[in-house]
Design a protein around this ligand. Structure first.
Ligand code: AMP
Ligand code: ZN
Ligand code: FE
Ligand code: FE
Length: 275
């Protein structure tokens, strides 16, 4: 029997990917994955549709989310897995987080308008997602379409990156609070792409706050870096996960099935899930 593989970090058009949940599952099937997780930014709206398609195509779909948090002005993403979807503390908090995202986007658009681009409209940004989880990638895409910048990277470098002209932060939620929400909802909490976040010094503190794992396997990152996080996870009694962070056409350097995880590590993750 061939090795079973999982991709535990995938976005849909309910946050900032261009792909529908159904399409994600179909692509996963093509990539010979037996298990995926939908991990949209601050929304779980794509999960039911992915599950329904997963049942048809025999692809296991684990409930997931990528929660935004902040530590010392730096974005820290916490992945949640296997939590209770309905009426859990996490589910309730997501509505609030999405409202904050909408208000923040209004401020970002207003700032862009004052920088000499009056025809960028909030409604046109918000309509790029199927939920209320509107984000910077949506605005970046509109800025490219309107010719304000020549590419997504330039949009972040000039306007939307942390500390740039049109940047506004989101929440006062700390990584420890995000972890608590996930744990209180029966799920497992994993630090997303630690090699990008580059705040390794907070890992011991997050482990004490209940963190379950590190996302050691991530696309476009060397085996050396991955192994560094595998060792760090072992040192703190954490599991390891991995995934592609696919955003469909929204991100060119990755795709579903890139940076897959052997299924034995999904079994380890499931031991940490209580929902
Ligand atoms: P937000 O959650 O609204 O702060 O937006 C964060 C998202 O924007 C990330 O998860 C990525 O999808 C995207 N993003 C952030 N920085 C960049 C970048 N330099 N290039 C492309 N996409 C980016
Ligand atoms: Zn994203
Ligand atoms: Fe992320
Ligand atoms: Fe992501």
């Amino acid at each position: 029997m061939p090795e079973r593989r999982a991709d535990l970090h995938i976005h849909t058009y309910f946050s900032d990917s261009t792909m529908s949940p159904q399409n994600v599952v179909r692509e996963a099937k093509k990539a010979r994955l037996s298990c995926i997780s939908i991990t949209d930014h601050d929304t779980v709206d794509g999960i039911p549709e992915a599950r329904a398609e997963g049942l048809k195509l025999e692809v296991e779909v684990i409930a997931g989310v990528e929660l935004s948090s902040e530590y010392g002005k730096k974005d820290v993403h916490i992945l949640g897995y296997g939590f209770e979807l309905k009426k859990s503390p996490l589910a309730l908090k997501l509505n609030e987080m999405q409202q904050v995202r909408m208000e923040r986007m209004k401020k970002m658009v207003a700032k862009i308008n004052t920088l000499g681009f009056p025809d960028i409209r909030f409604e046109d940004v918000a309509s790029r997602t199927r939920s209320n989880a509107v984000g910077r990638l949506h605005l970046a895409q509109l800025l490219v379409e309107k010719g304000v910048v020549t590419g997504i990277e330039m949009a972040f470098e000039k306007y939307l990156g942390e500390g740039e002209q049109a940047y506004f932060s989101k929440f006062q939620q700390t990584p420890a609070e995000a972890i608590k929400l996930i744990k209180d909802s029966g799920g497992a909490a994993v630090l997303a792409h630690p090699m990008l976040t580059a705040r390794d010094e907070i890992i011991p503190e997050l482990a004490r706050a209940g963190l379950d794992g590190l996302e050691a396997y991530y696309p476009n990152c060397s085996m050396e870096v991955a192994n560094f996080y595998v060792r760090l996870a072992a040192k703190h009694g954490l599991i390891i996960t991995g995934g592609s962070d696919s955003h469909g056409a929204g991100k060119k350097n990755t795709y579903i099935g890139k940076g897959y995880l052997p299924y034995e590590l999904v079994e380890e993750l499931k031991k940490r899930i209580h929902a």
